[in-house]
Design a protein around this ligand. Structure first.
Ligand SMILES: Nc1ncnc2c1ncn2[C@@H]1O[C@H](COP(=O)(O)OP(=O)(O)O)[C@@H](O)[C@H]1O
Ligand SMILES: [Mg+2]
Length: 308
């Protein structure tokens, strides 16, 4: 199946000469949830603005459902809902008018029942007659989401949806994302919370300084780059790893009380049984065993670190 979004060799150099995106290529499949991870200034918002037709690229091309986002702006924009990073809405308008108006702006016929459903879904229904300026920050963000969903888009962009929001809204947001996915909506979210990507994404892209460093299925990424550590508690501290245990990927903790064994995930489980037999044969007494797995966070930090 053709990707719903196809990004080809995309570059953006702002008028001040700053190069915010460098030759980014990425295909996004219909129905997937892609998390774009990157530190502040990485180029995430720039990328989204180009796909949504709000900023023109200086190189490359983006197709949404086969249509060019610059030449066929009306067509492609109608397929997309965008929850922007910043609040940019008329603060004197009521919630219900803002959301209904947004549907009309996207060329859709009025559908009050649908709008009511969206407001109920986002626990905004009781506030529907309130002006936006009367709402809390979290509530305003819910309105932005309602606006983005008002025209039933097939693609939803969430630009840092949970930056600075409370835990309740974050949980609601994750639930909303999984409900939308069940309906087949394609979701692209940017975040610098690794936890968020780990929780909800099918694929993860890492972007830094305008470059897409990798895009990978989340579980494959964890298997490929993740590793596990086994810590073996020693009954008697050691000064050094005995020579007969060389070549087994072992190291000693700083206090000499633990032997640490690093192994790849998806390998043979680190062959822990034979390792323990070797320890016994070498006359090393041990007690407790514990394992620790690298998280997406460790992987991310090491990638961004390498790219510096
Ligand atoms: N209009 C602009 N003119 C010049 N530089 C810009 C403009 N907009 C963004 N930038 C710069 O481009 C880089 C990427 O910004 P942005 O896409 O907002 O990153 P992110 O969303 O990942 O934090 C930043 O260094 C930012 O300062
Ligand atoms: Mg941004």
């Amino acid at each position: 199946m053709a990707p719903i979004i196809s990004i080809r060799n995309l570059s953006k150099t702002y008028s001040n000469g700053f190069s915010a995106l460098k030759n980014v290529s990425l295909d996004i499949e219909e129905g997937e949830i892609l998390a774009l991870l990157g530190p502040n200034g990485a180029g995430k918002t720039t990328l989204i603005s180009i796909v949504c037709g709000m900023t023109n690229p200086t190189g490359g091309q983006v197709l949404v459902s086969g249509h060019d986002v610059v030449k066929d702006f009306r067509k492609t924009r109608g397929e997309i809902g965008l929850v922007p990073q910043e609040l940019t809405t008329d603060m004197f308008e009521s919630v219900i008018n803002t959301v209904s108006f947004s549907r009309g702006l996207n060329g859709r016929k009025p559908n009050p029942e649908l709008i009511d459903d969206i407001l109920k879904d986002l626990t905004l229904f009781d506030k529907r007659q309130n002006a936006l300026r009367e709402l809390s920050g979290g509530m305003k963000r819910r309105v932005l989401i309602a606006k983005a969903l008002s025209h039933e888009p097939r693609i939803l962009f969430l630009d840092e949806p949970t930056a600075g929001v409370d835990v309740a809204l974050r949980k609601d947001m994750w639930q909303l994302v999984s409900r939308l996915r069940e309906k087949g909506v394609t979701i692209i979210l940017t975040t610098h919370y690794i936890e968020e990507a780990q929780e909800i994404a099918d694929r993860v892209g890492v972007i830094n300084k305008g470059e897409l460093l990798l895009v990978e299925e989340k579980n494959a990424l964890m298997r490929k780059l993740g590793s596990k550590q086994l810590a073996i508690e020693l009954t008697t501290p050691l000064q050094a790893i005995p020579p007969e245990l060389a070549g087994l990927n072992l190291s000693l903790s700083a206090d000499g009380r633990q032997i640490i064994h690093d192994y790849e995930l998806g390998g043979n489980g680190g062959a822990i049984g034979p390792l323990l037999q070797r320890l016994e044969a070498a006359g090393i007494g041990f007690g407790d065993l514990s394992t620790r797995q690298t998280s997406l966070e460790d992987i991310f930090v090491s990638l961004i670190g390498e790219a510096k």
